[in-house]
Every structure is written in structure tokens, then in C-alpha cells.
Design a protein around this ligand. Structure first.
Ligand code: PGA
Length: 250
């Protein structure tokens, strides 16, 4: 049993509709059990049902986040975009930024940096995703990639207490594969040493994401220095999601 607060972030990606909101009833009930109070649960559904999630989770200790925001603030002629300010206004507490599925469709380190600056300025907490692709891992470039993503993404970011780093190896997302414990520990250490250069004596929170499920969670929990998990597929099935949390605290 760990005494630390841990994050369990449900990234629903481009899944879900009004009906699926009832799927989280079990999680709401579960989150009220005092034994699991140390679990910080955050749901990140698609924009279309963010408002419904916020309403449903209003009097619970479960928070809501978006999956992205625009790199320009406030209102404006930006068809198809949503700003950090808008997200804050409807009641979001968090947003994911820099997810590899957004990087794949055009998010650059520079855009990600602007998004982080604006999200934190608007008092949103940010899950900032970083991670290497398979070919980068094979070429032993992981450390270089992580350094580049962190340094560029966090340029001029001052509100570090609003920041939660999510280490997500791209090759692990949705593939059913997770890094070995040795590899994951090593990469977390690499991240911590880069972050130390950004701000000495600051304890950054780091999550792991990529194919986390109820079967591999016990293995993942052996890794020291992890503050929780960013969970895609397995977060959409409440039983699996609850199992992941239960096994973390057992
Ligand atoms: P996965 O997704 O758990 O389905 O691999 C994780 C993520 O993309 O955040």
C-alpha cells in the first residue's frame, strides 16, 4: 500500500457519447470509498461531452480535463479550435497537451510550448506528454528526444506546480506493449535529471502512459518515482479502470 497520492487519468480519446457517461457511475461510487481517497481520478473525454462530465462529476472528488487546447488564447476567428480560457470557464481543471496523437497530426514543440503557457496562465493543470517513437528508441535516441521535448515544451513556463509530465513511449500507446521495468526506471531517471536542470529542487510529478491495464499494473507499480498513470483503452471500461486503482493501493 502506497501512501502517496497517485493520478489515474482516463484519456477517452475520440470515443464516447452522452450514453457512455453512465458507464462511470461505478467509478463515482468507488471513488467515495475512503480506502481509495489517495487516488486522484481525472476524466478527459472528448469536447462533445466535456460539459456533461463536468455536470455529472460536480459533487464528487473526480476532476475533468480536456484532451487539448489551442495555442491562441481567448476568443477569435479560429474555426474548429477551443481555447484554454474556454475550457477553464466551463469547469475543466486539467488538459492534456502534446499527446503523440496530436503531435502526429501537426503539434510541434513550439505549438505545445504556447499551449502549456496559455493553459497554465488560465489556471489549468497540464498533463504534458513526452515520449520516443520506436525508431528513435532503436537508434538509442530516447534521451535526446526527451530532452528536446522537455526543454522546448517548457520554455519560459513558470507555473511548474500546474504541470504533470506524462511519459508515454509512442510505441507503447495502444500496442499492448510496455517497457521493461529496467527501461522504464531508466527513462524516468533521465526525465528527472533533465527536469532538475530546468528547476533544481522542484519535485516534478511524472506519470507513465501506454497500454496500462489491470494485468500489467502490478508490474508498473514496482517502478519507484512514478506519480500515477495516463490510461487510454482500459479507462473506458469502468471495471478495468477500478481494478487498476485497487491493485495500486493493495
Ligand atoms: P493506451 O493509451 O492506454 O490505450 O495505450 C494511452 C494514451 O494514449 O494516453
Amino acid at each position: 500500500m502506497t501512501n502517496k497520492y497517485k493520478y489515474f487519468v482516463a484519456n477517452w480519446k475520440m470515443f464516447g457519447n452522452k450514453k457512455s457517461i453512465n458507464l462511470i457511475n461505478k467509478v463515482i461510487k468507488f471513488s467515495k470509498l475512503s480506502k481509495f481517497r489517495k487516488a486522484k481520478i481525472v476524466y478527459c473525454p472528448p469536447y462533445t461531452i466535456l460539459g456533461d462530465f463536468i455536470k455529472k462529476l460536480k459533487n464528487t472528488n473526480i476532476k475533468v480535463g480536456a484532451q487539448n487546447c489551442h495555442f491562441i488564447d481567448g476568443d477569435g476567428p479560429y474555426t474548429g479550435f477551443i481555447s484554454a480560457k474556454m475550457l477553464k470557464k466551463i469547469g475543466c481543471d486539467y488538459t492534456i497537451i502534446g499527446h503523440s496523437e496530436q503531435r502526429y497530426f501537426g503539434d510541434t514543440d513550439e505549438k505545445i510550448n504556447k499551449k502549456i503557457l496559455l493553459a497554465t496562465k488560465n489556471n489549468l493543470n497540464v498533463f504534458f506528454c513526452v515520449g520516443e517513437k520506436l525508431n528513435e528508441k532503436r537508434k538509442n535516441l530516447t534521451s535526446k528526444v526527451l530532452k528536446n521535448q522537455l526543454l522546448k515544451g517548457l520554455k519560459k513556463v513558470k507555473k511548474l506546480n500546474k504541470l504533470i509530465i506524462a511519459y508515454e513511449p509512442v510505441w507503447s500507446i495502444g500496442s499492448g506493449k510496455i517497457p521493461s521495468n529496467a527501461e522504464l526506471s531508466k527513462n524516468i531517471m533521465i526525465l528527472r535529471s533533465i527536469l532538475k536542470k530546468i528547476k533544481k529542487n522542484f519535485k516534478f510529478k511524472i506519470l507513465y502512459g501506454g497500454s496500462v491495464n489491470e494485468k500489467n499494473i502490478e508490474l508498473l507499480n514496482k517502478i519507484k518515482n512514478i506519480d500515477g498513470f495516463l490510461i487510454g483503452g482500459s479507462s473506458q471500461k469502468s471495471n478495468k479502470f477500478i481494478d487498476i486503482i485497487k491493485k495500486t493501493y493493495n
